[in-house]
Design a protein around this ligand. Sequence first.
Ligand SMILES: NC(=O)c1ccc[n+]([C@@H]2O[C@H](COP(=O)([O-])OP(=O)(O)OC[C@H]3O[C@@H](n4cnc5c(N)ncnc54)[C@H](O)[C@@H]3O)[C@@H](O)[C@H]2O)c1
Length: 392
Amino acid sequence: MTPLHHLRAGIIGTGFIGPVHIEALKRLGVQVTAICASTSSARKTAEQWGIDEVYGDYDHEAMFASPNVDVVHITSPNNVHVEQSLAALDMGKHVICEKPLGMTSEETARVVAAVKKGGKKGPVFAVNYMCRFFPAVLQMRALVERGDLGQIIHVQGHFFQDWLLHQTDFNWRVLAKEGGKLRAVGDIGTHWIDAVSFILGAKAQSVFAHIETFHKTRLRPKGQVQTFAKVDPKKMEPYKVDTEDFGSVLLKFGNSKHGYANGVHANASISQVAAGWKCSLALGIYGTKGSVQWDLQQPNEIIVGRRDQPNQILQRATPGFDVDVANFTDYPGGHPEGFSDAHKMHYRAVYEHIASGKKIPALFATAEDGHHEVKLCEAILQSSKTQGWAKI
Ligand SMILES: NC(=O)c1ccc[n+]([C@@H]2O[C@H](COP(=O)([O-])OP(=O)(O)OC[C@H]3O[C@@H](n4cnc5c(N)ncnc54)[C@H](O)[C@@H]3O)[C@@H](O)[C@H]2O)c1
């Protein structure tokens, strides 16, 4: 494996996911040299993690000017992703941007153009659809790619959470102007769609969707809160909700290069108000020779189903998983790996791609993939309004 300690990272954002990036990078041996956020939280995070350069007042431009940052991680809210991505690319920095890539396809197209303009020698750009890097997801992809499941017929699943179940649960994602017009589907549904697209080796081409808002009015705290933080209901005020709590999405995929997944139909239920479900991304891929199922809440195993043979439970880091999938896992079987490890494996893949001079194939989501997910969100919104199929 290429040593990664010569590459230096600068992080924007210190909320829920920023420290997940920092921790994963530290475990990979990447130097985290700079942090950017509000002055107080940037200082606090720098102190906690031993980060030398602190850029307060959300001054990302100052951080991009630092000669000690090679790769920028954008973990700020969605409405500043494009502005920060373009500025980082302009300074010649490699970027790992949190999903979604931006608020509208009009603005994300600018990121795609900027990456293209950089050319073969230009900066590497990745969008953090890190579910691709669960070994289980890579193994499902291998099963489909080599025809073990036969011709894929359909895909089914859900992404359920419950952290926005109560009327008093608040986060900037609930506001369309801060998180984007699609919330549950845009925030977590796109992880499901990207993972399915990665497994099939095909892109979604059209959608039929229905989205609903259960809490038409919610209560919000006066001031900002971090994701998953608890707030005293007495310090809250009512506001109208302009994003959905849950939705159902039917997707029609295009053709795959390997030919085992052509024109596949998929359906997913997405909810952030599903009591008891914390972070359940579940999917089943059904083919003519067999099926495979997985749930992110049991990330280390997949169930392979057969009509005329016994079903099997295959476990990560045992002979049930392929050798190339083993490059994306660090611990032996029976020693669980999960959410933070998938982040770590994603960043390793991106940094190795950078360190190899782009010679190692890019399995990660590119700016084009991120742009496609935003176009998909727009089609989902349109379909839900017109109650008909919409093309992406
Ligand atoms: N890939 C994943 O698994 C995953 C998981 C959670 C969140 N996310 C994504 O990460 C991003 C952040 O989500 P979060 O849950 O950490 O939110 P959060 O609200 O907990 O944190 C956001 C952080 O960004 C800072 N910030 C706000 N405006 C900024 C600006 N203009 N410049 C720099 N920093 C700014 C805030 O102070 C805060 O530190 C979102 O885009 C979200 O979709 C991805």
